[in-house]
Design a protein around this ligand. Structure first.
Ligand code: NAI
Length: 285
């Protein structure tokens, strides 16, 4: 594979585009928001400038990688790509409309991947006349750094498509797991959300302080980061959204969002690296 089309230039689209360019792919990127792709490429350049200053990259390498990042101004730009990765907002109707457009312009047999973190791969694939070519490629944030990609099969995804995705992930320098069943939360969030929820419930019950719950998990289970800090990093609003979605789908209390989380989000504490959301909780004092 040589050329990748990326739809979306937000947090994930930007990270994936930068990663792909670093790994030698030509990247053509599209976003409906005016200036989003330009900002995404400028951010990549800024990161590379820092790498050059730190002696981790030469100025020639930086220029080469930067030239691989281009903007798509219409759908015809995706006529000659080897793979597509869609990373737009987490709204099913928006993704379906995009896959319908891709189905009309992208040659048959090209890998069509969505970076959705919760939506049904099968429902997205059915927007095309080639659901066998569609799967989930679930990157983690920040995409250039995190080692894992979850490859998620839709009901009709072919083995050949999974093999293409594995080859692409390898070229991107990532490890993969294959999620054989298209289920909410895939593997990682299915494990993570109950961990978050239990840590938050213990905080609510006054079992231990936020610091001690995190320290217990870090040192007792050898996690690099405690669950309350990690929940803050992923964004408390995002966590709540994922829990509510999984609870609606499974009707299982394992995924019921704790009140403390709902209240913090309602009060505007969305986390995102503040590291303070839960550390300010009253029982902590
Ligand atoms: P974001 O909100 O940062 O970016 C979304 C981008 O999509 C925006 O730039 C927006 O202008 C663009 N967009 C909206 N409609 C569009 C359309 N019709 N055509 C082209 N572009 C359009 O969102 P983020 O965080 O990058 O998430 C993107 C996807 O990745 C979502 O499906 C999300 O669930 C998934 N994801 C997010 C992770 C995260 O930690 N943020 C981790 C893994 C997956």
């Amino acid at each position: 594979m040589k050329r990748i089309g990326i739809i979306g230039a937000g947090i994930m689209g930007s990270g994936i585009a930068y990663l792909a360019a670093l790994q030698g792919f030509e990247v053509v990127q599209y976003d409906t928001l005016e200036g989003a792709v330009t900002r995404s490429h400028a951010k990549a350049l800024q990161r590379m400038d820092q790498a050059v200053d730190a002696g981790k990259m030469t100025a020639q390498e930086r220029d080469l990688v930067y030239r691989r990042l281009t903007e798509a101004h219409d759908w015809n730009a995706f006529k000659d790509v080897d793979a597509i990765i869609e990373a737009v907002v987490e709204v099913l109707d928006v993704k379906i409309a995009i896959f319908q457009k891709l189905d009309a312009v992208v040659p048959a047999g090209v890998l069509l991947a969505t970076n959705t973190s919760s939506l049904s791969i099968t429902a997205i694939a059915q927007a095309t006349r080639r659901p066998q070519d569609v799967l989930g490629l679930h990157f983690f944030n920040p995409a250039p750094v995190m080692k894992l990609i979850e490859i998620v099969r839709g009901e009709e995804t072919s083995d050949v498509t999974v093999e293409k995705a594995q080859a692409l992930a390898e070229e991107l320098g990532k490890e993969t797991i294959v999620v054989q069943k298209d289920t909410p939360g895939f593997v990682v969030n299915r494990v993570l959300m109950p961990l978050f929820i239990e840590a938050m419930r213990m905080l609510e019950e006054g079992v231990a302080t936020a610091e001690d719950i995190d320290k217990g998990v870090r040192l007792g289970l050898n996690h690099p980061m405690g669950p309350l800090t990690l929940a803050d990093f992923t964004g408390l609003d995002v966590d709540l959204h994922v829990m509510d979605y999984m609870y609606d789908e499974f009707h299982d209390d394992r995924f019921a969002a704790p009140l403390v989380l709902r209240r913090l989000v309602r009060a505007g504490h969305t986390g995102k690296k503040s590291g303070r959301g839960f550390y300010r909780y009253p029982s902590n004092k």
